[in-house]
Design a protein around this ligand. Structure first.
Ligand code: E4P
Length: 217
């Protein structure tokens, strides 16, 4: 399973990519606004730090604008993935980018039927929003299971990118449900390393080791 960071925070990105465990990055207009920086500059900087896919989202809602913005974003670096909303226009633009060989991430997916359409349009990635579905009172993880079954039934190549992840438990559940990737906020990514029993156990081992008076080196 590929793990992406959902962020525009360059500091946190550098810190977490140093683990060697970050396979890609996703961004969205909210995260760009949070960065307070020009989008093209932020995306270029992220692409220099990360070899894997970096999703950059269009702001246009009409097909022509989506195609123009997507082409500009894709020209930033070869690893840019053009992110498009799951609307009728978004899927028309997705089909066109597929013909052009430009990678796409179709975002704001909330139903399996939407995911089916995105795959038929030739999306490289589909982003079902788990956390937002949970907030809405629905079962977010059930959506991943449904999309997995549909994509497997028809051998679609579109990768399932579990998004709107809020907790380490979401990551585990997405992995169990067969998501190809998950995009994770930096704080949740950092939490993936942790367990109180790991910390307690290590403390005990180090204290017992100190009593031996030994040194390995
Ligand atoms: C994914 O591509 C989105 O940027 C992100 O996962 C949205 O997460 P949120 O629902 O926490 O804003």
């Amino acid at each position: 399973m590929q793990l992406f960071l959902d962020t525009t925070d360059i500091g946190l990105l550098k810190e977490l990519t140093a683990t060697g465990l970050v396979d890609g990055v996703t961004t969205n207009p909210t995260l760009i606004a949070k960065s307070g920086r020009p989008m093209l500059e932020v995306i270029a900087e992220i692409c220099e730090l990360v070899e894997g896919p970096v999703s950059a989202e269009v702001a246009a809602t009409e097909v022509e604008g989506m195609l123009a913005e997507g082409a500009k974003l894709a020209a930033i670096a070869p690893n840019v993935v053009v992110k498009l909303p799951l609307t009728r226009n978004g899927l028309i633009a997705t089909s066109e980018f597929a013909v052009q060989g430009i990678q796409t991430n179709v975002t704001l997916c909330f139903t399996a039927a939407q995911a089916l359409l995105a795959a038929k349009a030739g999306a490289s990635y589909i982003s079902p929003f788990i956390g937002r579905l949970d907030d809405y009172g629905a079962e977010g993880m059930g959506l991943i299971q449904e999309i997995r079954a549909i994509y497997d039934n028809y051998d679609f190549d579109t990768e399932i990118l579990a998004a709107s992840i809020r907790t380490p438990a979401h990551v585990t559940a997405a992995a169990l449900a067969g998501a190809d990737c998950a995009t994770i906020p930096p704080t949740t990514f950092a939490d993936l390393f942790k367990h109180p029993l790991t910390e307690k156990g290590l403390e005990q081992f180090l204290s017992d080791w100190a009593k031996t008076g030994q040194s390995i080196l």
